[in-house]
Design a protein around this ligand. Structure first.
Ligand code: CA
Length: 224
């Protein structure tokens, strides 16, 4: 379900219609009051939020959505008019996930919605990765090599899981650092090397599955 908060009826109906034509379920809401009421009824997968609204404006509503622990993980696309309003939004670290400027083409609009939903898709927690003797049960946070259980730290586990998620793909140290440690991490790419080394040791005979790609980063399952 996608919520579309827009006070201009024609635009609201057009957006809802466009989303529904693309296979989404959508609900048009005319202002912040309607949004808040709708949020008590169901949790949307995405909110499209117009900035200029009667009553509380889109920026205030965004702040409330992001401050509420029930809704803070719902992605929000801000819909802005061109000009000063748009600049204002861009200048703020508002917590919005994307911005789109009116008037926009419907094709582009749908593409942006799909891209955001793809990006925000929760990680698959029910999966088991298997490669040779190695088995990683994501949900149980359990790693086995043959019959032996391997105890990994949280970071080591996430590192292994991310490599397996991207099996066959070379991941740069920067990308690993960003994904496992986060943007804010104040460390060096050497951190990645250190963790890969201990991960390899712990995995014993399966350690060699993690391949060093010189000058780039690491890969698992490059030729398997
Ligand atoms: Ca408006």
């Amino acid at each position: 379900m996608i919520f579309c908060v827009e006070d201009e009826r024609n635009i609201r109906e057009l957006i809802v219609y466009t989303l529904e034509s693309s296979g989404f379920q959508a609900r048009g809401l005319e202002d912040g009051k309607a949004l808040k009421e709708a949020l008590t009824q169901e949790k949307p997968e995405l909110i499209l939020l117009d900035i200029m609204l009667p009553g509380e404006d889109g920026m205030q509503l965004l702040a409330q959505v992001k401050a509420n622990k029930e809704t803070k993980d719902v992605p929000v696309i801000m819909v802005t008019a061109k000009g000063a309003e748009y600049d204002k939004v861009l200048g703020l670290d508002s917590g919005a996930d994307d911005y789109i400027t009116k008037p926009f083409g419907m094709m582009e609009f749908i593409a942006r919605v799909k891209a955001l939903l793809r990006r925000k898709k929760p990680a698959d927690n029910t999966h088991t990765y298997e490669m040779g003797l190695l088995a990683v049960h994501v949900e149980e946070h359990l790693v086995t090599v043959g019959e032996e259980q391997v105890v990994l730290t949280y970071k080591e586990f996430e590192l292994l899981r991310y490599l397996l998620e991207n099996r066959g793909i070379v991941l740069s140290r920067d990308r690993l650092l960003e994904h496992i440690w986060g943007y804010d991490f104040d460390g060096e790419t050497r951190t990645v090397d250190v963790h890969v080394r201990t991960l390899r040791q712990k995995l014993g005979p399966c350690g060699e599955y993690i391949e060093t790609v010189r000058g780039v980063g690491y890969r698992i399952g490059g030729n398997r």
